[in-house]
Write a protein that binds this ligand. Sequence first.
Ligand code: FAD
Length: 514
Amino acid sequence: MNKRDGKTVVADATEVTSAGIPAALFQHTVNQADIAISITDTQGNILYVNPAFTRVTGYGAEEAIGRNESMLSDKITPPALYQSLWQKITSGESWSGRLINRRRDSSRYLAEVNISPVVNAAGEVHNYLGMHRDVTAMHRLECQVKNQKTLLESVIDAAPVVIALLDVDDRVVLDNHEYKKLQADLDMAEPAPMLMSAIRADLEVEAVAGRRSSGYEFIDLEVRIDPPGGKPPRWFSCSGSRVREDDGEADAFFAGGGRDYLLLVAMEITRLRTQQERVRFADLQAAMAEEDRASALRESLSAATFRLEGPVNMMASVVGMLARRSGETDPMVLALSDAIGVGQQALTELRAMIPAETREPDGSANVNELLRDALDLATGRLLAAGVRVTWKPQAMLPALHGQPNKLRSLFKALVDNAIEAMSGRGWRERELSVITRARLGSVEVVIEDSGPGIPSALQLKVFEPFYSTKRRHLGTGLAAAQQVAADHGGTIEIDPVKAAGCRLRVVLPVKRRP
Ligand code: FAD
């Protein structure tokens, strides 16, 4: 038997095939092949079957020969399939497909069949060669895999948590219904890379702090998302586990290999966190009120000592001059020296009364959360002054390493200044806009008000301690805020080109330089 132009040509048993193999050897090979082989006439009447045919169908050669291949037909196979099979083979082409066959004992099996026309030397079809194998077990396996896939997909889809399978470049290769809902809620194409960058920043902080070894897997990492349109923040507890897919390509059969994926599971914990936030905010309000009292006292006492130091120093130099001129025993010199002594004593006592500042330990700080706190703390004043607030946070910001309370006070001071600037009698434009953005290696906050603004000549001076544009105001807010920004390696600047109102830009590096 030879293949010629894709068709099979039968050789005489005494012949030698074109490949130089004796026809008898060829026949032996067909006999021993592990695939059911049959040869029929042009009507499908069986002329030859090999032992594998008997093993698969249960029909011995003597029973099969002379009968039609249709003895294998189960009649469940749609007739149209047989029609197309015959159409193909009678037109000289080979046909492959799956048929339901019935064995001699009436049991069914799924056969993967290939039928090729056998042509003579003149190119005419005079026989058909059928080859088939029982693929029932393989089909069962395929179905099991398919069913498992469907089951898995429906479980994943129905799960009340966000699930996404990510490749090494954070591209989503599989997601579920909750993930799609998150996409729609956040109005963004792919929230997964954003979640992953926040998780990685957190993992880095944890690794630096020695609380976690840096690795690919993580569990219960909390991520905060600030949705667009000023909607309340949402929190997710994220876990990630590595999933390895083996390479199914032939090249990898011996060499192995495959691809790594990360299964990201994010469970929304907003309800729980909102309750915790309420408690935290109440504590925060109390702590801030206490801190406000302490810092007001600190400011007043610092200002008082600052103002007293000038005249006391001046009197000391006058007394020095008088003593040189009229001697140290001069009654005037003695009286003034006494007065200076009392003044210096009072200064020492005042300094001792200044409440000490508590050193806050470093921690992880989310700028969106701190700004939201600052705005929430100012809610009463904002409402009273009729200020319209536009809050545009970047959905997710990298966490800063610093002192959260100090940073919150910084933002609160800027928000308070803005409200005060717009609260002047007769001032109608009362709009406050707060925007956050992630920049390369830093976080930028822009706080803009529609108040009277700061004249360009004063834009540097307002950062000096005890300078204020307002009467009865000590003027340490901006100086203190700038100090906090500087302590965190950042800056505060007033936008010099702003035509109306005041626009302040705070830039804080994600990693504080030593
Ligand atoms: P049939 O009447 O036999 O055939 C159904 C339809 O096929 C007819 O309506 C007709 O359109 C077409 N047809 C049948 N015979 C011819 C013909 N000689 N010329 C043109 N059209 C024709 N069937 C299996 O079920 N299992 C197998 O494993 C299998 N292996 C085969 C191997 C070979 C080499 C060949 C040639 C055929 C094989 N067949 C096999 C097909 C088989 O011959 C039957 O056609 C099929 O089983 C349907 O049988 P039936 O009695 O239901 O209908």
